[in-house]
Structure formats: structure tokens, C-alpha cells
Design a binder for this molecule. Structure first.
Ligand SMILES: Cc1cc2nc3c(=O)[nH]c(=O)nc-3n(C[C@H](O)[C@H](O)[C@H](O)COP(=O)(O)OP(=O)(O)OC[C@H]3O[C@@H](n4cnc5c(N)ncnc54)[C@H](O)[C@@H]3O)c2cc1C
Length: 621
């Protein structure tokens, strides 16, 4: 059942307490609750999304940025971005970031996962070994417009009965034939890739989305909602886990089967113990924050804050990786108005499209941000490789991504109120930059210090620069003749290499792919935070199942890799407890205890007024 306040929780022994309901938490919790008699509780800080239209309408996904469905974090000043701090969105919602994200469904490359297997010493993370899980999670469905998808993806690569629906774009754009045509014009540099989820990502092709019948498919809709019917599955929203609690020792190793949680900073504070495990799935920003608040981290950092170090591991919150994203607009010449511009500039048209979506789940509002994208590599003789090792996983991984959007879309500057545009997104997908997550204060209700280190390495700024140049070459193909006019705004002045780099540092943001901040490494390695089975090194009863566990960010949009990690994690956990796992004798079986009696404020909002705010937002931006 779904609960909205800790005091409503039923009296139950929870075998597993999962912190966070995003891609990792939703999937692992739902799978664990398949075992009858195993009680699972998910504790989610964020708010309900039921009936919230912008979380359902694919096209309105971007309108959720900066709203109450977003944690609205800000990064530390980024040296690679000329000292700018940028908005760092994460989903504050049932379903986590998958309830607000852009739904692009890319698995990553064979080399990405084979590298995971190599660094962890666990062949179960290899591309080949994960194939059953990629298929198990997925249900390939027809696009919203039921068009013939021959040549747009390879059906046999996909699952047909998993919880997560995947489909191709369900509305045609005038730019579709131009982008696909350009892959024929310039096949050597920009090959067509019929299905970038085959293990070889290289090339340009059609985007697959987690969209089902014109609606967003999220961790909530795919995994959590169906499981809520089970009597052994509970979800508590509006409630923040403030730390994990040591509940004992096993052969001198601390056991962490307790969680403390509260609906607001003023309490009341509750605690509850899992009989089997606590699973942290709070995402790559907050999983390390919770570990640090719980005394699992670098004693050098924790001591000055007055936090007692229980497990001294300096790797917690390090190795943080993200993808740097830049949008570069071009003016275009077209009689058919470009999609994003028409919607952004004409509220009446947008209203009509919303009505169309509501009545038939068709039209432009079934679309994600682009119908095509591609993954490309720098030439092997690129000058950067004279003194830098290639940070990519191998030849099936891109160094950069190009995304093609039919209209003006930018996360750095506001959209112009008139004009017709085409946006080229460039994304550094195999970065060598590394960042950190550190505590700012000891309050779990304060944001941590988030430093994704965007464009902080020579390789990354070089790659961003070359990606922009490659993108311009692609848009110079014959298929774009007479359509693309010229670079717009500050992009128009970015001509020489130095100017392009300056432009990139000035306007790059993130594509919100934080990962690797509690990485898994080999079992006997002193590096990293997790063992290859995702248990936290130096602890008993505590695991991490989310994007922070990645050893390297995949050269992809990472939701699929998080889901696949969670699918395998569920089987690893089920196997552990099928074979008579030892139990912590201190595990509590009681109703949660309120440690303080202060009652909390309510997060309840009038959905009507929220929707109005969201719609205004999307129309204005
Ligand atoms: C704007 C945006 C667009 C994106 N677009 C795409 C895309 O198109 N394709 C793609 O593949 N990926 C995309 N991503 C990334 C993708 O959403 C994430 O990689 C994925 O959701 C990560 O899963 P996770 O489980 O690690 O974390 P999340 O999905 O972020 O889930 C973490 C959950 O933990 C909760 N939580 C955090 N702290 C606490 C606490 N203390 N107590 C209780 N709960 C807590 C959060 O509220 C959240 O619900 C996007 C992300 C964003 C923000």
C-alpha cells in the first residue's frame, strides 16, 4: 500500500527497507516483493505523481525542471564552466528522476559493461551476461502513431513482456528525413545505426523511449504501481531517510540494518530495522550523502563535522561522473513551423495539443526531445591522444553524442519569443573529468556539496569542441540544404577552436547523468565503496542499488543501465537469502518509533494550481 506519513505505517516486519523509488529503488524493491512472505518497504522523500499531467505527457517532461518535483540542487562553482554554478535537477517524486526525466532509452555499449566486469572481477556484469536482464525488464510496444517501424530498430534485440515499455517516437517531424538522409550523404563519418541498443552504439539513428501508448513509463508506472497491489509491498512517500543506523556487529564488522527517517527537518524522527537488508537507492547525489551522514566515509572529512566514523572509507563520494551537455541553436528556413518553437511560442496551439493528447494519446505531445541522436568517436589520430589515454570503454562506446532537436531548446539561455530553430546538442559521454559529493552540513535536510567536475579535464573540453565541429559538418550534409540557415546567438561567434572552447565553457550544463559516487570495485580492492554484489564494503546488511554503484558512467543515457543493475541486484539478493542468510539478532520487529514528538508540516499541494504553474512554465520557456 501507499502511505504518506510514517505514523500510518502498519505493524509489520520488513525484510528489506529500500531508500528511494527511482530507477534503482523501484525496480529492486518491486522484484524483491515477488517473493511471497518477503515484506518490502520503500521510503521515498519525494511527492506523489498520480494524476500529475506533466509527469505523464512525454513532451512536458522538461517543464518539470525547477518545479516542486525537482530537488532543485545547485552545483559548486565549476572550474570547467568558467566558475558557473548550475541547476542540478533530480526527481523529488515517486519514481525518482524517472518521473521527470526525458525518457531516452539507451542501454550503453558492449564495452561499457565488459569494463564493469573487468574492474569488478565479476563476469556477471558483462554485456553478454546481462542480456537476459535487458530483455526481462523490457516490453517493446508500437509507437503512439502505430507507424511501420521497419528499419528503425531491430525487434529481435528487445524484450516483449517486461514491465518497462519502450517505443520509437510516435509523431513524425519534418527533420526526420533530413537527419536520416544525412547519414546516407556522409556515411563514413556519420553511419546510420539501425539499433543503438545492440551493443554497438556507434552511428546515428532513431531514439527509443520509455514511452507506453503515448505516456511516460517510469519506475513508478512500470515497477512500483503494479506491485502496490501486493500485501507484502509498502511505499512511504514524503519521508526522508536521514541516516542508516548500526544495529550490531558480526565478527567485528558493523551491521547497518536500521534506518532513521522523518517527514521534515523538525521531525518527528522515526527508526525502523530491516530483518534482512537496508538498500540505499537514493541516487548518485544522496546515496553518498546518507553514507557520510551515517559515519561511512573518510574520517578526515567526518571528524571535523563531529560525525563518528564507523567505516573509514575515503572513497565514498569520490569518482563522481556526469555528462556535460551543450545546446547550440541554428536558425532554419521552413514553411512548416518547427515543433518546439510552435509549441513554446503559441499557447493556443499548445493547449490544442494537450487536448489531443488527453483524448487520444496522439500528436506532438507523445514525443520526447528528439527523434534522432547518435554516438560518435574521435578519430584515433586525434591530437588529444598524443598525451592522454582514451577514457572510453572501447570501440563500441562513443566519445560524444549528437542530439537533433526540431526547435530551440536550451538549458542555459531562454528561448527567443519568435523565430524558427534547430538545436544541435553535444554531449561528452566518455568523460575523464571526475567530481565529488561531500557533506556541506550535518543536516540531512541540507543539500550536499555537488561537484560533477564538468569539463574539468583537457580531454573533455577537447571532445566538446570536436563534437561541435562534427555536428556542424553533419548539418552541412546535402539533406539539410536550404533548411539550416546559420548558427544563432553566441554560437554564431564561436568559430575558431579557442572561441568554441570559450563558448562551450560559457554555456555547457549537464544532461543530469550523475553516477559512480559509491562505485563497485573488486571484492578485495581497497578502492571503491561497494563489492561486486553491491554490498557496502566493511559492513553487513547494507547494499546500494542505484546509479552511484557504477564504476564508470556508461556512454549512454543511464536509466537503462540503472534498471539492469537493479534487475540483477534483485536476483543476487534473492539468491543470498534463498541460502539461509544469517540474521541480525538486533533486528527490530516493531512499529516505527517516534523519537521526537514534533509534528511535521505537510507537503500536500493543490494539484490544480501546480498544473497551472507547470503549464505556464512550459509555455513561457
Ligand atoms: C531532468 C533529467 C532528465 C534525464 N533524462 C534522462 C533520459 O532521457 N534518459 C535516461 O536514461 N536518463 C535520464 N536521466 C537520468 C536518469 O533519470 C537517472 O540516471 C536515473 O533515474 C537514476 O536512477 P537512481 O535510482 O540512481 O536515482 P533516482 O531515479 O534519482 O532516484 C533516487 C530517489 O531517491 C530519493 N531520495 C533521495 N534522497 C532520499 C532520502 N534521503 N530519503 C528518501 N528518499 C530519497 C529521491 O527523491 C529519488 O526518488 C535524466 C535525469 C534528469 C534529472
Amino acid at each position: 500500500a501507499l502511505y504518506t506519513h510514517p505514523s500510518d505505517l502498519p505493524q509489520k516486519n520488513y525484510d528489506f527497507i529500500v531508500v528511494g523509488s527511482g530507477a534503482g529503488g523501484g525496480a529492486v524493491a518491486s522484484r524483491l516483493s515477488e517473493v511471497s512472505g518477503v515484506n518490502v518497504l520503500v521510503i521515498e522523500a519525494g511527492i506523489n505523481v498520480d494524476g500529475v499531467i506533466p509527469t505523464e505527457v512525454p513532451f512536458l517532461g522538461p517543464s518539470l525542471i525547477g518545479t516542486p518535483f525537482d530537488w532543485n540542487f545547485t552545483t559548486t562553482p565549476q572550474t570547467g564552466l568558467d566558475g558557473r554554478s548550475i541547476l542540478y535537477s533530480r526527481g523529488f517524486a515517486l519514481g525518482g528522476s524517472t518521473s521527470i526525466h526525458f525518457m531516452v532509452y539507451t542501454r550503453g555499449s558492449q564495452d561499457d559493461f565488459d569494463r564493469w566486469a573487468n574492474v569488478t572481477g565479476d563476469s556477471g556484469w558483462s554485456w553478454q551476461a546481462l542480456q537476459p536482464y535487458f530483455k526481462k525488464m523490457e516490453k517493446l510496444v508500437t509507437p503512439a502513431d502505430n507507424h511501420n517501424t521497419t528499419g528503425e530498430l531491430v525487434t529481435s534485440l528487445h524484450g516483449d513482456s517486461g514491465p518497462l515499455s519502450v517505443s520509437l517516437p510516435g509523431f513524425p517531424l519534418v527533420t526526420d528525413s533530413k537527419v536520416i538522409g544525412a547519414t546516407s550523404d556522409l556515411p563514413a563519418q556519420f553511419p546510420f545505426n539501425e539499433d543503438m541498443n545492440s551493443g554497438n552504439t556507434i552511428g546515428i539513428g532513431w531514439v527509443q523511449y520509455t514511452i507506453d501508448n503515448g505516456e511516460r513509463a517510469s519506475s513508478y508506472t512500470a515497477y512500483i504501481k503494479p506491485a502496490l497491489a501486493r500485501s507484502n509491498f509498502d511505499v512511504l512517500i514524503n519521508t526522508r531517510v536521514t541516516k542508516v543506523i548500526q544495529t550490531g556487529n558480526e565478527s567485528g564488522v558493523p551491521i547497518f540494518r536500521g534506518v532513521q527517517f522523518a517527514p521534515s527537518s523538525s521531525g518527528p524522527f522515526y527508526s525502523l530495522n530491516a530483518t534482512k537488508e537496508v538498500i540505499l537507492s537514493a541516487g548518485a547525489v544522496q546515496t553518498p550523502q546518507i553514507l557520510l551522514l551515517s559515519g561511512i566515509g573518510s574520517s578526515k572529512d567526518l571528524q571535523p563535522l563531529g560525525i563518528n566514523t564507523i567505516v573509514d572509507n575515503p572513497n565514498v563520494g569520490t569518482n563522481f561522473q556526469d555528462h556535460a551537455l551543450l545546446s547550440s541553436p541554428f536558425t532554419v528556413n521552413t514553411t512548416a513551423q518547427t515543433t518546439f518553437d510552435a509549441i513554446g511560442q503559441n499557447a493556443t496551439f499548445a493547449g490544442e495539443l494537450l487536448s489531443q493528447w488527453q483524448s487520444s494519446r496522439t500528436g506532438e505531445f507523445v514525443l520526447g526531445p528528439a527523434n534522432q541522436l547518435g554516438w560518435l568517436r574521435l578519430p584515433s589520430n586525434a591530437s588529444i591522444f598524443d598525451n592522454t589515454t582514451d577514457p572510453s570503454a572501447g570501440p563500441t562506446s562513443g566519445h560524444y553524442e549528437l542530439i537533433f532537436t526540431d526547435g530551440f531548446v536550451s538549458f542555459a539561455v531562454p528561448s527567443p519569443s519568435s523565430g524558427q530553430f534547430f538545436s544541435l546538442f553535444t554531449n561528452v559521454v566518455s568523460p575523464s573529468s571526475r567530481g565529488t559529493i561531500k557533506l556541506n552540513t550535518t543536516s540531512p535536510f541540507d543539500a550536499p556539496l555537488i561537484d560533477p567536475g564538468l569539463l574539468s579535464s583537457d580531454f573533455d573540453i577537447f571532445t566538446m569542441r570536436e563534437a561541435i565541429k562534427a555536428g556542424k559538418q553533419f548539418l552541412g550534409a546535402k539533406s539539410f540544404d536550404g533548411f539550416i540557415l546559420e548558427p544563432f546567438g553566441a554560437f554564431a561567434d564561436a568559430v575558431t577552436d579557442d572561441q568554441i572552447e570559450a563558448y562551450a565553457r560559457n554555456f555547457t550544463t549537464t544532461v543530469w547523468h550523475p553516477t559512480c559516487s559509491a562505485s563497485m570495485t573488486a571484492r578485495n580492492s581497497s578502492q571503491g565503496v561497494l563489492n561486486p554484489d553491491l554490498t557496502v564494503k566493511g559492513t553487513v546488511g547494507l547494499r546500494v542499488v542505484d546509479a552511484s554503484a557504477f564504476p564508470f558512467v556508461t556512454a549512454s543515457h543511464p536509466q537503462t543501465a540503472v534498471y539492469v543493475l537493479a534487475e540483477r541486484a534483485a536476483d543476487l539478493i534473492k539468491a543470498d537469502y534463498a541460502s539461509n542468510a544469517t540474521q541480525d539478532p538486533s533486528s527490530s520487529t516493531s512499529k516505527p518509533n517516534a523519537a521526537t514528538g514534533v509534528s511535521s508540516g505537510s507537503d500536500t499541494m493543490l494539484i490544480g494550481s501546480l498544473l497551472a504553474t507547470l503549464m505556464t512554465y512550459v509555455f513561457l520557456h
